[in-house]
Design a binder for this molecule. Structure first.
Ligand SMILES: Cc1ncc(COP(=O)(O)O)c(C=O)c1O
Length: 405
């Protein structure tokens, strides 16, 4: 039987690429493999017992849980989130200013539907979240990027970039930023830069999309106010997620912003999935309503802080002598290491042979050259002894690749 599918594929399908992370997940299931590649929560932090308590609702409230839900999302959960996020957002957002999504990943896609025409430009940090690039690319986006340093996005580079883009006839539509413990770079944007970002966006009449799945996973220092809280013009959208603070399996995220854009995103959600699962929305609300989310967060933070510290110690021991450099993240899931002269694509392949999986930097970068000597390393998934073993294997791989002086 001949396979004729491809000849009828859309142009977007023909130019789409599988995610290296999701492809790698197949390899990391091999026995003996240590994975620093994914962005997964630790299995031991899932609050199985407390979450299970709500499951009684499956019997008692079947007509609600087993039925279609509203596209905008389960109202009591939106009410909870509006209050729970208020300290970070500067106020309680209205119910018509919030949409629940099937993971915050869906918020990226809905924004693409609502704002992007083919050829429009999205301004990102470099590096940035790979699946955001791929999602916006599906909507025909082109990218322009601003580098990061240890203080987050280098926002002073934005005005000349925007002016260059406009002078060449391009249409920048929004600035995409991961403001806390950035994926993959680990850096957090300072308060000064957050304010500056809002000023620049207002001056150039651009939207900001503030993606913040890691913000509540802070190990050191104080929580910082969101970009949304500084923006009095209503140009900022804020996306949050339960994936890193409760469970990615519930597939619940939220996006808050001006009601016009939230409404438009809801209209696209009507055709994307009609609604997110009422089962997980109701169970998640039960969990939150009882105070379990607040009670449980410190134990997640403690678990990940210990692992971050274990990785820091292993890096000092094994990688620092090899010339590898990094910035210690104050929260979140990732280290971003600079591998010096070593090509990180080659290193990732060599590391797999040593049974340790890392992600090379290039797929995270708008300018692939920028990621050639960098790699993302996750610390939340493995236990401290496994972290030590994995980093020592990585060091062996680097050692073997080092060019003799
Ligand atoms: C920066 C960023 N945004 C969005 C997502 C999507 O998360 P989810 O769809 O699980 O809420 C992730 C997941 O890793 C992420 O790192």
């Amino acid at each position: 039987m001949s396979n004729n599918w491809k000849k009828n594929f859309s142009n977007v399908a023909l130019s789409s690429k599988p995610s290296p992370v999701r492809e790698l997940l197949k390899v990391i299931r091999q026995p003996g493999m240590i994975s620093f590649a994914g962005g997964m929560p630790a299995p031991e932090v899932f609050p199985a017992e407390q979450f299970h308590e709500g499951s009684e609702k499956l019997r008692t409230d079947a007509p609600l849980l087993l039925q279609y839900g509203t596209t905008e999302g389960y109202e009591p959960l939106r009410e909870f989130l509006s209050k729970w996020t208020a300290p970070r957002m500067g106020r309680e957002v209205g119910l018509d200013e919030m949409l629940l999504t099937t993971g915050s990943q869906q918020a990226l896609d809905l924004l693409g539907w609502a704002m992007l025409d083919p050829g429009d430009v999205v301004i990102t940090e470099d590096p940035t979240y790979m699946a955001a690039l791929n999602t916006f690319r599906n909507h025909g986006a082109q990218f322009a990027s601003v580098p990061m340093d240890s203080e987050g996005m280098m926002v002073s580079e934005l005005p000349p970039l925007i002016e260059r883009l406009r002078a060449s006839g391009k249409k920048p539509k929004f600035i995409y930023t991961i403001i806390n413990f950035q994926n993959p770079a680990g850096a957090t944007t300072t308060v000064e830069r957050r304010k500056e970002l809002v000023d620049i966006a207002a001056r150039y009449d651009l939207t900001i999309f503030e993606d913040d799945p890691y913000g509540y996973v802070r190990f050191d220092g104080e929580h910082l106010p969101s970009v949304f809280s500084f923006d009095k013009s209503g140009n900022t959208l804020y996306a949050g997620s339960f994936s890193k603070i409760l469970s990615p399996g519930v597939r619940i995220g939220w996006v808050s912003g001006a009601k016009e854009i939230i409404r438009q995103m809801a209209i696209f959600k009507q055709t994307t999935d009609l609604c997110s699962s009422p089962i997980t929305q109701v169970l998640t609300h039960e969990y939150c309503r009882k105070g379990y989310l607040d009670a449980h967060l410190p134990s997640i933070i403690k678990n990940y802080r210990e692992k971050r510290d274990a990785m820091e110690a292993s890096f000092e021991k094994h990688l620092a002598p090899l010339g590898v450099t990094w910035v210690k993240p104050q929260g979140g899931f990732f280290y971003w290491i600079n591998t010096g002269a070593i090509d990180s694509d080659e290193l990732a392949k060599r590391a797999i042979e040593k049974k340790v999986a890392i992600l090379p930097g290039a797929p995270f970068c708008v300018d692939p050259e920028a990621g050639k000597h960098a790699a993302r390393i996750n610390y939340t998934f493995s236990n401290p002894d496994v972290i030590e073993e994995g980093v020592s294997r990585l060091a062996q791989a680097i050692q073997e690749m080092r060019i003799p002086a």
